[in-house]
Design a protein around this ligand. Structure first.
Ligand code: GLC
Length: 475
């Protein structure tokens, strides 16, 4: 194994968001290109794990001051993801029904869970007969690895292994108070500044300081983080020389409208008839008028995704009498659940809501909708706009992060337009985007042209993986 990816999520084993999709696909494409890769995540008590078999590959204990914490590394039998998936079995920490929390809320020992996870992995690597060439860490849950590898006495023997750190979501730093420093293995006192940020232990900041290379999941997002990242902007600017933006790909084997097992109707060459058949099939899940242009929102109903704009936007365009329907799939903040349920009642058959996370229905929505709404406040890369384009659904996005890097506005002269963009996070701008989409819908030849173009764009991991290989090669 050349590259070991360390992450909290890996689809289909454990996914809360796009991080899971990326870690579930990237190792496969790296391996295909000669960079044999594996991923390691915690062993959660989620349904996927219960339905699989694992073999023990290493049983050990990491030493924290004078206590030894036992753990096991197991490997999924059969490599069903297309690459080896290792899981850390840490009794009492991850044998729970959630990744970050569950129905009862966020786990209140998250700092401890992630620090232990990382130490178990380093202890395993330390004892591997053949070590990975590079440790590739993703988001703050593995953000202390670059520091621990280099500065803790325990892991001296592997301090030569280069670390790469990818920021998928810089909103979360994973910070905790210095009183918890005892969770970390002993390290050189002079290095303590490398984990500190503004008086707390900050795994995200530490990773930016200590990793040999830092990547973000789009170029625009890197620039945005240097302007605004909850206090880390100066740090990112200082470390700019080792930072780069690499756009994610999508797993074109999983996301293929010609073979996707979730779709009631596959794409067989005629885009319009494939779209229409899938649109009508949405009737099964959504009580809505599907003769009209259909606008969809899929994802977490949270502020970051701009979901708080959606209820006002729907109310505005529907009360103005525009002939469109809205379908919403997702879960999130309770006040948004209420607002959306209320809209469904106010505008029957024009607004239909499924307050759930459902992978199958999501695929059907990408295939059957006309437009996908992504009014994100922050969007490091965004995968939904890429899924939607591959399935022939025109994205309507706010010009931020990866959305800006992947969606060219149809109004741009001499450029191959892929969707509709708006700049300001305001009701007016978002409503204007809906009106523009409505106009496109009623111009069938332009709509067909855009659909044809977006379905042909290559968002596959093949080219994205190449950019990571450049980073590894350099190291
Ligand atoms: C996070 C980001 C999203 C990105 C994904 C994968 O979920 O919010 O924009 O696509 O990570 O990198």
């Amino acid at each position: 194994m050349k590259i070991l990816h360390v992450s909290a999520e890996c689809y289909p084993a454990a996914k809360a968001g796009g991080l899971g999709d990326v870690v579930g696909a990237l190792p496969k494409y790296l391996s295909q290109r000669g960079w044999s890769s594996a991923a390691v995540i915690p062993k959660y008590q989620l349904p996927w794990f219960q339905a699989r078999q694992f073999e023990l590959v290493y049983a050990g204990a990491f030493r924290l001051h004078n206590v030894y914490y036992p753990f096991a590394i197991e490997k999924e039998l059969g490599d069903s993801l297309g690459f080896p998936l290792y899981v850390v079995n840490l009794p009492g920490k991850f044998d729970r029904p959630g990744i970050y929390g569950d129905a009862t809320g966020w786990y209140n020992d998250n700092a401890e869970r992630w620090v232990f996870f990382q130490q178990a992995i380093l202890n395993w690597v330390l004892n591997m007969p053949e070590k990975p060439a590079i440790l590739h860490c993703h988001d703050h849950h593995s953000g202390l690895i670059p520091f621990m590898v280099q500065h803790s006495l325990e892991y001296r023997a592997i301090s030569h292994i280069p670390t790469v750190f990818t920021i998928h979501n810089g909103e979360y730093h994973g910070a905790f108070g210095w009183e918890k420093h005892v969770l970390l293995p002993a390290f050189e006192a002079s290095a303590s500044g490398l984990i500190d940020w503004e008086g707390a232990i900050n795994p995200l900041a530490s990773a930016i300081k200590c990793a040999w290379r830092v990547t973000t999941v789009s170029k625009t997002y890197l620039n945005e983080l240097m302007e605004y990242s909850n206090g880390l902007e100066g740090l990112l600017r200082t470390e700019a020389a080792k930072c780069s933006g690499i756009l994610n790909g999508i797993d074109a084997d999983v996301w293929d409208p010609a073979t996707d097992p979730y779709l009631p109707h596959h794409f067989e060459g005629n885009i319009d008839s494939y779209k229409l058949a899938n649109k009508l099939a949405l009737q099964q899940h959504f009580n809505a008028d599907l003769d009209l242009p259909v606008f969809t929102f899929i994802g977490r109903l949270v502020r970051e995704k701009g979901a708080d704009l959606i209820p006002d936007l729907i109310a505005r365009v529907l009360s103005e009498g525009l002939g469109v329907s809205f379908l919403i799939l997702g879960t999130g903040e309770p006040h948004l659940h209420e607002a959306l349920a209320d809209l469904q009642w106010r505008f029957p058959r024009r607004c239909a809501v499924v307050l759930a996370y459902n992978e199958g229905v999501a695929h059907q929505l990408y295939a059957g909708s006309d437009f996908l709404l992504m009014p994100s406040r922050v969007e490091p890369c965004g995968l939904n706009q890429m899924y939607s384009m591959r399935y022939g659904t025109v994205p309507i996005v706010r010009s931020v992060g990866g959305l800006k890097d992947t969606v060219i506005d149809i109004g741009e002269p001499n450029l191959p337009g892929r969707g509709i963009r708006f700049d300001n996070f305001t009701l007016n701008d978002a409503a204007l985007a809906i009106y523009r989409a409505h106009e496109l819908y009623h111009n069938p030849s332009s709509l067909s042209e855009v659909r044809e173009r977006i379905m042909a764009v290559d968002f596959s991991w093949e080219s994205a993986a190449e950019n990571y290989i450049d980073v590894y090669d350099n190291l």
